[in-house]
Design a protein around this ligand. Structure first.
Ligand SMILES: [Zn+2]
Length: 306
């Protein structure tokens, strides 16, 4: 149950939230909260508060622009409070550095033409951000075409290696292989312009099945296949009776790679880049602007299911 609390805001699911709440269809609890106060909670959940000021500021601008761009009048709420949209956990997530980044950029958004830029961000691009069109289809957006990023090398995921039991891969890909017999081998298929795997080829007793890279990543697990910037993929046979075959993966980056590279923003900020410079690097052709110059104001809400 959501309950108002005397000091303002309300409590729901053991957490305290700013603003007020209303009931939506199907038991939905909808938090009516000022956009800037919503961002107080989002910024520290999407980026560590210990990171440099300019990185936190571009994160605040991206998160603000995301909400304004994705607010959908057909839904009873604007954004979901999870990584479906942006992680929002109320007051407990807030930090002084996060609030400062929001306040210092209050009302600032990324504009492209006369609209909010369709911003995206992810942890570490591995050296080349991804084109939105390659990742998700649709028209090529000039400011989301992918850039070479030399700034994210401090990320623990800038280069990664994983060895996964081949049997686990066979289970994870089984739904793709009905009637095709056993999985025998896997190879990297064609890559897109950034080097990310568009497809992996599943080689079976009865032929080869091309599985979309993004489907492969989700099926095996995004914490295992950290990104689709896979530089090496090979099946290593068992060595002796006590071992099992492994899929050996070497890759770069963590996340989908589209838009802002968060570790790259950190790297640029540590090298004294301004917030505007970081914005221009990852979203070339966009401008920082006040949101009231882009579209009329609206109340921002988030929601969570009871
Ligand atoms: Zn990067």
């Amino acid at each position: 149950m959501a309950q108002p609390i005397p000091s303002g805001g309300f409590e729901f699911g053991g957490r305290q939230y700013r603003g007020s709440f209303s009931r939506g269809p199907g038991g939905l609890v909808i938090n009516l909260v000022a956009l800037e106060e919503y961002l107080y909670s989002v910024v520290p959940r999407e980026m560590p508060s210990s990171w440099p000021v300019a990185a936190l500021q571009i994160q605040a601008i991206c998160a603000r622009t995301f909400v304004l761009r994705h607010a959908d009048p057909q839904r009873p709420y604007d954004v979901a409070p999870s990584d479906l949209d942006q992680v929002y956990e109320g007051v407990v997530a807030e930090s002084p550095a996060g609030r400062q980044a929001v306040d210092a950029t209050a009302g600032t958004v990324l504009r492209y033409g006369n609209d909010y830029a369709d911003v995206a961000y992810s942890s570490c691009c591995g050296g080349h951000t991804e084109s939105a069109a390659d990742a998700w289809g649709g028209a090529l957006l000039p400011y989301l075409a992918g850039v070479v990023c030399p700034y994210c090398m401090d990320s623990p995921d800038f280069r990664w290696i994983r060895d996964v039991a081949f049997a686990a891969i066979a289970r994870a890909t089984a739904s793709q292989l009905s009637g095709m017999g056993r999985l025998r081998d896997i190879r990297l298929g064609p890559q897109d312009a950034s080097g990310r795997a568009r497809y992996v080829e599943l080689i079976t007793d009865r032929g080869t099945v091309a599985m979309r890279g993004s489907d492969f990543r989700m099926a095996v697990g995004p914490r295992v296949v950290r990104s689709l910037l896979i530089r090496e993929l090979s099946v290593q046979p068992a060595e002796g009776a006590l071992t099992t075959p492994l899929l050996h993966l070497e890759g770069a980056g963590n996340g989908h790679g589209v838009g802002l590279c968060q570790w790259g923003a950190r790297g640029m900020a540590l090298a004294k880049a301004t917030t505007a410079k970081i914005a221009g690097f990852y979203f070339p052709g966009t401008a920082l602007d006040t949101w009231t110059n882009v579209s009329p104001p609206a109340t921002r809400t988030t929601s969570r299911r009871r």
